[in-house]
Structure formats: C-alpha cells, structure tokens
Design a binder for this molecule. Sequence first.
Ligand code: XUL
Ligand code: CO
Length: 433
Amino acid sequence: MTDFFKSIQPIKYEGPESTNEFSFRHYDPDEVLLGKRMEEHLRFAVAYWHSFAWQGGDPFGGQTFERPWYADTMEGAKLKADAAFELFDILGTPFYAFHDLDARPEGATFAESKRNLEEIVDYLGNKQASHKAKLLWGTANMFTHRRWMSGAATNPDPEVYAYAAATVKSCLDATLKLGGQNYVLWGGREGYETLLNTDLKRERAHAGRFLQQVVDYAHKIGFKGSILIEPKPQEPSKHQYDYDVATVYGFLKDFGLEKEVKVNIEQGHAILAGHSFEHEIATAAALGIFGSIDMNRNDYQSGWDTDQFPNNHAEKALAFYEILRAGGYTTGGTNFDAKVRRQSLDAEDLVLAHVGGMDTCARALRAAAYMFEDGPLEAARNARYAGWDREGAKAMLAQPLEVIAQAVEDNNINPKPRSGRQERLENLWNHYI
Ligand code: XUL
Ligand code: CO
C-alpha cells in the first residue's frame, strides 16, 4: 500500500440524489441496458500516462505535481504501479492502458530498456492476478525521446526504423504476456514538419510495410487481440499520416491490412480533424474497422488537444448511440485518455475526475440505450430510405447509366422532395437525454 490515496474509500453507486461527492450518481455497473450490464457495455480503462506518468508540464512550464513515485528508477516504477492499482480499485475500473515509457525507467541501451520493461511487466502481471483491473491495451511511446524527433517507422534514418521495430516487438510481447485485449499504434511523429525536407511517398510506404511487419509478428506469437491505429491529424507533427478514420482506411486498403487492423478513435482527435466524434465512429463502423475509443474532450476555443475529462453527457450520448448501432465493443473499451488540469494537484482531483467522467459516460450510454431500445430514430431512418425497398430500386444499382436514363423518360420519373425532419429528430433526441 502507498499512502497516496489513503483516506479515499472505493466509490460506490448511490444514485442521482446522492450528495456524496465520492459516489457514482449514474454509473451503476450492475444496471442492465439492452440485456447487458453497464460495466460490460462501457469497459472503462484508466490511462497510465496521464494519471501516473505526466507531471503537470505544459509548453510554458514544467512539473506542478508531486508524487512519491516520480524517481525514474525501478523502485519508482513499482511504487507507481502500486498507486495505479490503488486508483483502479477505488474506481472499480475493469481495465487500464499503458505505454512502455509510462511504466518502466528508460535504460542506457535498448537491451536495458527491454529488461526494465520485462521486470515491470512481471510486476504488473502479479498485480493483475490479485486485483480486478486487466490490460485493455498496450502501446509503445515512439514520440517522447529525441531519437523519435523525425518519426519512428517514417524516420529518414533506417536505424530508427530498426529501433522502432524492436520497440514494438517488445511492447507486443509485453501486451501478450499481460493478456492485453488490444495493441494500439498512435503515430504522433509519423508525419512531417515541412514538405521541404520530406519524401512523403517513401515515408508512407515505410509506414505501411512497418504495419505489415507488426501484424505478421502479432500472428506469429499468437496475439489474439485487435491491432488498432489511433488517427490524429496533427500535434505534435504538423501533418500526421493517420489523419482521420477515412484516411486510415485508405491506407489499410493500400497495404492489404483492412481485415487485420481497426481504429481506436479519440474524441479530441476527431475535433482536431474537423469532425464530430460520432462521425468518426459511424465512419469506422460503416467501413468495418471500429475497435475502441479514447474518451476525453477538447476545449472548443483553444484548438489543441487538451485531453480533458468528459463532462457533457448530451454530447457523448451521440457517440455511444453510434457504438450501440455498431453492435458495441468486442475487444475495445472506453479508455480515459484524459488528464486533470495542471493546477489539480491532489489525489482527490485524480479520483473525482474519473468519477465525473464515468458518470458522464454512464448517463450518455443510458440515454443512447433507451433511445436505441425504443427505436424511434431507427424507425425514422428506415422510413427515409424505404423507397429502396420498392421493386426495381435495388436492381437499378446493377444497371448501366443509359438504362436508368431511359427508364426516367419512359416512366416519366419526377421525384418529390420530402422533409428530412431534422428538428423533429433533434427534439426526439432531447427527450431521451
Ligand atoms: C496522443 C494520444 C496518445 C495515444 C497513445 O494524442 O492520444 O496518448 O492514445 O499513444
Ligand atoms: Co489517445
């Protein structure tokens, strides 16, 4: 036991009327929606990096937090793991997610970093055996250390490509060992700062080949989880190759990986790409590559990736509605890729940020599930496309253009516009939230 969360008891569901700050008002893991427990719908995960590795720095200033585990030693790493599992226990979250760099000290050589990772993976494995939380996904941090400044798999230097291959191999091994259900690749520096020094065609080809090598290795070691790409348009790079879901799909098709790799969609990244979160989820579902989500929110004024905890259930309900329409998660989950603000110094802040985020998601899921179960939106959607059920409509899709054109003249086709009923559907939506 660390004494970091010492006076904080496990959070329990007390219902919407509770005045206890340290309770769930909406997240009741056992509540059944659409035949499934809320906990199994939501599959919450805590992000190791924001809650335990990040020290409160921003582009203008360094560390604001003080944590007993900050020493970059094996001892510090173990204390960090102890504290992390204490938070998972307090929240009752079934999952967590981590990068290699979050969990182990950096070694002087690759071999030393790998040994450190293996030691901490054994430590985390023992923790998992005696606690509820399991690994949702593992990943490699290939963006913080200076070696990655010009990219990992897309680096002009082949030695960095090699180092990236070795790094992902070690992180896939770690994820497999911990029973992780997914492996995520986010290409923060897989992009460019300026086209003036960039061979875009070569970099894209290297990124594609790298992903094929990763997928082959995952098969070789018997990794049964999902491999996920996390799209983001920019930040830290000016332009990232995994811009958004549609771009990633084109990339996967190009390299024959569309059946092998899915996406981990983050709210803040969707906003940066000029999309809504639900647009990205619906696109992934339509393309058959929906995997998991990184839940957070961006500040709508600042225009950068602020990774705040969600607090707007009406907004998130649209996202959960699309997830339900997609059939829900399989290996995926709701990972809080979110951090407290740098002035939120206390252990209580860390706990209550997650409590609020979990309650927000629970409210959102409940509204979405009721609406999905009652079916008014799907009925309206089906009615809108009902013309395609009429005889001849589908057959037209198989006909050449000139045959369709002839039929328009022969049958004197003259379409009558019908209302899209947007405001009526928005009112319906309001009723559920
Ligand atoms: C960065 C981001 C990452 C990935 C994992 O914006 O979202 O934390 O989720 O590397
Ligand atoms: Co993320």
